[in-house]
Design a protein. Structure first.
Length: 431
């Protein structure tokens, strides 16, 4: 055993201070959980062969009185008697497998990361790694049992297509892009090649939906297939959900029905520039008509008497939130808010308790640790609405909350700018 391995054993099994002070033996004080990798062996007859190879490369986890040959971590395989070899904790399976395949001069930025949509793994392999794209895809298929198709994007989302779709090539598995995804308790079934979906935005979807209150109205200007709209509908929020992509609109309608949120989510198929004002007008008309959601009351199956009347949730006359998740260009839609509520000042404070809507606009900006991206976003908003906001609290006049969503490139970050629509914009003459 090497000195480094001995040191690991000493650190892992060093007696805790509590044990040294104890008068009775407490075995739980000596319990340790150590995450490790494992090499799954398909044929138990080859265990000895692979063990020798892994010991030679110093990858096997070596501890006194510890059997590195264990039951496979996959319960189904373990039930068949399949075994695995426990590896050292620092072993990263994806990277190490790729290193064994790729030439040494390509060991720098190994492309092991990928997006998923249902059974599809979506890679973005470029440059010097392209000759190895097929074998990279095969490794991903082998290591991820739920992945049946691996594709590689061959253009940039948002640049070649206004619908944020992309051209792709199949690297492994069938060309089957009809996927099913579960997020926030909702089921989304769609053709991944025809609409936009990004699993990495799940946290952002939940963050924004968490800002909505039941009974409010939200206008989702670039709704896609409904990752904001459908979970919001589940919590009793009215959503006027619009998407310009006919395929997105089609799947949005199907997803709304499948998730039983039709009482709250209304799909539309307009250009976003047009829908900002149109949506506001439609909401006001719906409220004036007395439109409402009818929610059946839950009663015991054996309860006597007639079923109670459903609960009526009226559509309010004003919009509480706008969501604009088109980061490549959403800020350029903001000039459409000019005159949004022209002539309807009495719907809002100080005449009522209702505030003007909050706008949540996603955008890209340079990745930096100083105020550069924040100032850039404020200036771009000012260019569209004629009001220079300062970074701060979304609920305070003249301020904007700029939330960091995720890094999308080494020098590029996605943000969400949230601010309350200024009254001088909302009540200006419509252009």
């Amino acid at each position: 055993m090497e000195d480094s391995d001995k040191q690991v054993q000493m650190n892992i099994f060093r007696a805790p201070a509590a044990a040294r002070a104890a008068k009775t033996l407490d075995r739980s004080l000596f319990s340790r959980t150590l995450p490790t990798a494992a090499a799954s062996i398909k044929d138990n007859r080859l265990i000895s062969k692979y063990r020798k190879q892994l010991e030679k490369t110093k990858e096997v986890f070596s501890l006194d009185k510890f059997d590195v040959c264990a039951a496979d971590p996959d319960a189904a395989l373990a039930a068949q008697g399949k075994k695995c070899l426990v590896l050292k904790p620092h072993i990263k399976p994806d990277v190490d497998i790729m290193r064994s395949i790729l030439p040494e001069d390509l060991h720098g930025e190994i492309p092991v990361g990928f997006n998923t949509a249902g059974h599809v793994a979506h890679l973005n392999i470029r440059g010097q790694y392209l000759p190895y794209k097929t074998i990279i895809a095969q490794v991903i298929m082998d290591k991820n049992p739920t992945i049946r198709t691996v594709i590689n994007k061959i253009d940039n989302v948002g640049e070649e297509s206004e619908y944020r779709t992309f051209s792709y090539e199949v690297l492994a598995g069938p060309d089957d892009m009809l996927v099913e995804v579960s997020e926030a308790g909702c089921i989304f079934k769609f053709d991944y090649s025809k609409v936009y979906w990004n699993t990495k935005l799940g946290t952002e979807h939940q963050r924004i939906v968490g800002l909505f209150k039941p009974g409010e109205v939200v206008i989702d200007v670039m709704a896609g297939i409904g990752p904001f709209a459908v979970p919001a509908g589940k919590k009793g929020v009215f959503v006027w959900a619009n998407d310009k992509n006919p395929e997105g609109y089609k799947y949005l309608g199907e997803i709304v029905k499948r998730n039983k949120v039709s009482e709250f989510v209304k799909p539309f198929n307009y250009d976003g520039h047009e829908f900002i004002k149109k949506g506001v007008d439609l909401v006001l008309e719906a409220s004036q008509r007395g439109d409402c959601a009818l929610i059946p009351q839950k009663v015991s199956r054996n309860a006597p008497g007639p079923r109670p009347e459903p609960i009526r949730v009226p559509v309010p006359p004003t919009v509480s939130h706008f969501v604009m998740n088109l980061p490549a260009s959403a800020i350029e839609f903001l000039h459409n808010f000019q005159g949004l509520y022209e002539g309807h000042e009495k719907l809002f404070a100080p005449h009522t308790q209702t505030k003007l809507p909050l706008i949540h606009v996603h955008c890209f900006a340079v990745k930096a640790d100083d105020a550069t991206p924040l100032n850039d976003i404020c200036q771009r908003i000012d260019k569209e609405i004629g009001v220079l906001l300062t970074p701060g609290d979304a609920d305070k006049d003249g301020q904007v909350l700029i939330h960091e969503v995720r890094d999308v490139a080494p020098a590029k970050r996605m943000f969400c700018a949230s601010f309350r629509l200024p009254s001088e914009v909302a009540f200006a003459p419509r252009s």
